[in-house]
Design a protein around this ligand. Sequence first.
Ligand code: FAD
Length: 317
Amino acid sequence: MKVTEHIKNASSTLFSFEILPPVKGTSIQSIYDGIDPLMEFKPPFINVTYHREEYVFKERGNGLLEKISIRKRPGTVGICSAIMNKYKVDAVPHIICGGFTKEETENALIDLNFLGIDNVLVLRGDSIKTEATFRPHPDGHAYACDLLQHVVSMNHGKYLDEDIANPLPTTFCPGVAGYPEKHAEAPNLATDLKYLKKKVDMGAEYIITQMFFDNKKYCDFVKACREIGINVPIIPGIKPLTTKNQLKLLPNLFHIDFPDDLVDAIEGAQTPQAVRQVGIEWAIQQSKELIQFGVPCLHFYTMSKSDAVVQIAKAVF
Ligand code: FAD
C-alpha cells in the first residue's frame, strides 16, 4: 500500500522508521534483529536507505596506489523484498541520483515494481567524501527533481527507450526529502523551499524531513510550506541523540542546530548512560509535542540500532 494511503486510513499518528542495509558481507539477521523489537509499535512502512559507491586507495605491491570504487552497503532492493515477505509491512526503498546512470536507475525501478513495492523516497544523494561538492554521474540525474521526473514518467508508462511497445505504467508513490533548517547547499530557506515546491508540483506525494531537535523549526517549516502551496503530508524525522560526540558530528553532517537546553543537558550528563537518557527523554518530549501538533507519522532514524527508539516508542505510542 502507498504511504499516502496509510496516512489517509490512519486514525492516530503512525510510527515508522528508517534502517540502513548492513555493511557488505554482514548477515541480514542484523537487520531483523533491529526490526524485531520495533514491530510491536505496528509500523505500516519501513524505509531502507540507498548507498552509492565510495573510493578507497589500495596499495598494489609495486608502490602504486590504485583507486577502487566500493559500495559498502549494497542490498537495498533485496532487503525491501525480505522485509515485505517477513513482516508483511510495506518497504520504502530510497533511490538516489549520485553514482548511477539513468539506465541503472530505471532498471532498479523495474526490479522494485516487479517485487510489488509501491513506494520510493526520491533523493539526490550526497557527494562522496573525496569530492567537495556533489557531482552527478555523467549519464545520471543531477537533482532529486530530475529523478522524480523519471519515476513520474514511468508511472505514465514512459521509459527511457521510447520504442518499447505497450510499456507498462508503474505505480510508485514517490516521497521526497525536506529540510526544516534548509539543505546545507541552499543559499537560503526560501530558495530551498522553492525547489521543494517544484518536487511537489512534479508529483511528490509526501515529504519526510531531515532530523531536527527543536519542534519550532518543524512547525515553522510546515507553515512556510503551506504558505507557498505545498499541501502534501510532511512527516517529521526524529533522531534520538545517544552520545556526546553527536553534538559535534550531527550539525556537521546534517546542517542542523541543537537547542541550548539540550546542549546544556547533554554536556552536564556525567556518564554515557546519562547522556543517552537525556537524548531519549528529549526525543520523547519532542514526539509527544509533535503528536499534539497533529503530525501524520513520527519517522525515526534508527541507524539500524533499535533500543533507543523502542524506549521512545514505549513512552509515546
Ligand atoms: P535535492 O532536492 O536535489 O536538493 C539538493 C540541493 O539542490 C538543495 O540545496 C536544493 O535547494 C537544490 N536544488 C534542488 N533542485 C534544484 C534545481 N532544480 N536547481 C538548482 N538547485 C536545486 N542520502 C543517500 O545517499 N541515501 C539515502 O538513502 C538518503 N536518505 C535520506 C532520507 C531523508 C529523509 C533525508 C532528509 C535525506 C536522505 N539522504 C540520503 C541525504 C540526501 O540525499 C542529501 O541531503 C542530499 O544532499 C540532498 O538530497 P535531496 O533529495 O534533498 O536533493
